[in-house]
Write a protein that binds this ligand. Structure first.
Ligand code: UD1
Ligand code: MG
Length: 448
C-alpha cells in the first residue's frame, strides 16, 4: 500500500509559554516534529507534507533542513480539518492512502501504523487511532457502531460529550486519499469553537456510505506535548526506554536514572557508564570503555578500552582511538588522540591531532585561538608534554620529543628534541634568609 503523510504542525503551542515553536522543542536532543518525520520515513511514505503556521515557517524549514519535505502554510488556524484541507488543496496526493500525524505526538510507532494500514487494506476508508485512558480527559471520544465501526468522534464541549466514557481519539488518521480530499471540502465549522474539526470526517463518511474504524494503542504511545511539564514527562519516558535498551544490550549503568542520553547515542556492550553522565548529540562509544561520573560528552567518537573522566568534557569533533585516557577536568574539542595517549588532568586540547602513546601533562593548554583565527596543533607519537605548558598554535611537535614543564612553546619542535621555553632559574645563595628576616621584622612592627 502506498501512503503519503501530512504532519499537522501549525498550532500556536501557547501553553509552552516559550518564544520558540512547540514542535521545535526537543526530546533527547531531537525536535518534536522530527519524530513524526522519522515515522513517516520508517513507513516509507511516498511524500511528506508538513503544515506550518506563518510565523514558524522559516525556523521550522531551517531546523528540519530536509529537501524531501514539502511545506504548506496554514495562514489562519481554523482547526485540524482546515489544516488538512490546506495541504490537500496545495498538493495533489500521489498515494492511495493519506496518513495524518500530529507534530506534537512523538511516540507513535511504526507497528501501530502498520496495524492501521492492515485495517485500511480490509476496506475501511477511514482508520483513526484511539486509546483507553486511565484518567478523565478532554480528548475527542469515539462513538462506536456495530462490529467495531466508528460512527462519530465527539469533541469536548460538543453535544453528547463525556470526558470519562469510551475510547479517546489520538488524532492520528489513515484515510483513503480521494475520499478525504472530497469530504474535507464539506466539513463545516458549526461548533462551539467555530473550527473545522478533522474528526467530523467520521460522521460525514457515514452519511456518504463510507466505513470508518479504529485501531487501539497504549495511552503513552499517543502522549501529546502541550506544556513544559508534558515535555518533561515525554523526556522521562524516552530516557527510561533508552536506558532499558542500553542495559539489555550489555552496557553497565549502575545508576541509570542519573544518566541522560541523546536519541542517537551509540554505546557498545561491555562499556560502563558511571552515575551522572550526560550525552549530547552524536556520541559513539566502542566496547569496554568506562565513562566516569560527571562527564559531559557530545559529538565524540570513543574507541575501545578507554577511560574517560571523572569530570571530563568532550566537545564536538573529538575522536579518541583505543586505550586513550582523558581524566578529570580535561576539555577536548575538535581533536584526535591516537591509541594509548593520555591527558589525565586539567587540560584544554582544542583543534589538535595527537599521535600514539603521547603524554599530555597536567595543566597543558593548547592555545588554539589567536583572537582572530583558530589554529591547529599537531603532536606526534611518543611525545612527552610536561605539566603547565602552553602550546601556541599553529604548531608541530614531532615524534619522540619532550617539552619541558612550564614552557610556552610557539616554534615547531623537531624530531626527538627537548624543547624548553621558560626563564632560566637562578639560585641566590643566602638571599632567602635575609629577605625572611626583613619580612619578620616588618611583620613584628605592624603587630606593635
Ligand atoms: C485534536 C482532536 C481530538 C483529539 C486530540 C488529540 C480535532 C478536532 N480534535 O484536538 O479529537 O483527542 O487532538 O490530541 O482534531 N493544528 C494545525 N492547525 C490548526 C489546528 C491544529 O496545524 O488550525 C495542529 C496542531 O499543531 C497539532 C494538531 O493539529 O499538532 C492538533 O491540534 P490541537 O489544537 O492540539 O487539537 P486538539 O484540540 O487537542
Ligand atoms: Mg492538542
Amino acid at each position: 500500500m502506498t501512503v503519503s503523510t501530512i504532519i499537522l504542525a501549525a498550532g500556536k503551542g501557547t501553553r509552552m509559554k516559550s518564544p520558540s515553536p512547540k514542535i521545535l522543542h526537543k526530546i533527547a536532543g531531537k525536535h518534536l516534529i522530527a519524530f513524526g518525520v522519522d515515522l513517516a520515513k520508517a513507513i516509507k511514505s511516498k511524500e511528506l507534507i508538513v503544515v506550518v503556521g506563518v510565523e514558524h515557517e522559516q525556523v521550522t524549514k531551517k531546523a528540519l533542513s530536509d529537501n524531501e519535505i514539502k511545506f504548506c502554510l496554514q495562514k489562519n488556524r481554523l482547526g485540524t480539518g482546515d489544516a488538512v484541507k490546506v495541504a490537500l488543496e496545495k498538493f495533489k496526493i500521489k498515494s492511495k492512502h493519506t496518513l495524518v500525524l500530529y507534530g506534537d505526538t512523538p511516540f507513535v510507532t511504526k507497528g501501530t501504523i502498520k496495524r492501521m494500514v492492515a485495517k485500511a487494506e480490509k476496506g475501511f476508508q477511514l482508520v483513526f487511532l484511539g486509546f483507553q485512558s486511565q484518567t478523565k480527559n478532554s480528548y475527542g471520544k469515539f462513538k462506536l457502531g456495530p462490529k467495531n465501526t466508528l460512527v462519530d468522534i465527539i469533541e469536548k464541549n460538543e453535544p453528547g460529550y463525556s470526558s470519562a466514557k469510551g475510547l479517546s481519539n489520538s488524532g492520528i488518521l489513515l484515510a483513503q486519499s480521494n475520499i478525504v480530499t472530497d469530504l474535507i471540502q464539506k466539513i463545516k465549522n458549526d461548533n462551539s469553537k467555530k473550527e473545522y474539526y478533522l474528526t467530523d470526517l467520521v460522521k460525514m463518511a457515514t452519511e456518504y456510505g463510507y466505513s470508518s474504524t479504529f485501531v487501539e494503542c497504549k495511552e503513552d504511545e499517543c502522549m501529546g506535548v502541550n506544556s513544559q511539564l508534558e515535555l518533561s514527562v515525554a523526556e522521562r519516558k524516552f530516557q527510561d526506554e533508552f536506558r532499558k535498551k542500553l542495559l539489555a544490550y550489555g552496557v553497565s549503568i549502575p545508576s541509570p536514572e542519573t544518566c541522560f542520553f541523546s536519541y542517537d547515542t551509540i554505546i557498545k556492550s561491555g562499556c560502563v557508564i558511571e552515575p551522572n553522565v550526560f550525552f549530547g548529540k552524536g556520541v559513539k562509544i566502542q566496547s569496554s570503555t568506562i565513562i566516569r561520573s560527571y562527564s559531559y560528552i557530545e559529538g565524540t567518537h570513543i574507541g575501545r578500552n578507554c577511560q574517560i573522566g571523572p569530570f571530563a568534557r568532550l566537545r564536538p569533533g573529538t575522536n579518541l582511538s583505543d586505550q586513550v585516557k582523558v581524566g578529570n577536568f580535561v576539555e577536548v574539542k575538535n581533536a584526535s588522540l591516537a591509541t594509548e595517549t593520555k591527558a589525565n588532568h586539567l587540560s584544554y586540547i582544542g583543534d589538535a591531532k595527537i599521535g600514539t602513546s603521547t603524554n599530555i601533562g597536567a595543566g597543558t593548554i593548547f592555545c588554539n585561538y589567536d583572537g582572530k583565527n583558530k589554529n591547529r596543533t599537531v603532536v606526534g607519537d611518543n611525545v612527552f608534554v610536561g605539566s603547565n605548558t602552553s602550546l601556541i598554535a599553529p604548531l608541530k611537535i614531532s615524534d619522540g620529543s619532550i617539552v619541558a614543564a612550564g614552557s610556552a612553546i610557539n616554534k615547531d619542535v623537531p624530531l626527538e628534541s627537548l624543547a624548553i621555553a621558560r626563564a632560566v632559574q637562578e639560585n641566590k645563595i643566602g638571599l632567602g634568609k635575609k629577605i625572611m628576616a626583613e619580612i619578620r621584622k616588618v611583620a613584628g612592627k605592624i603587630k606593635k
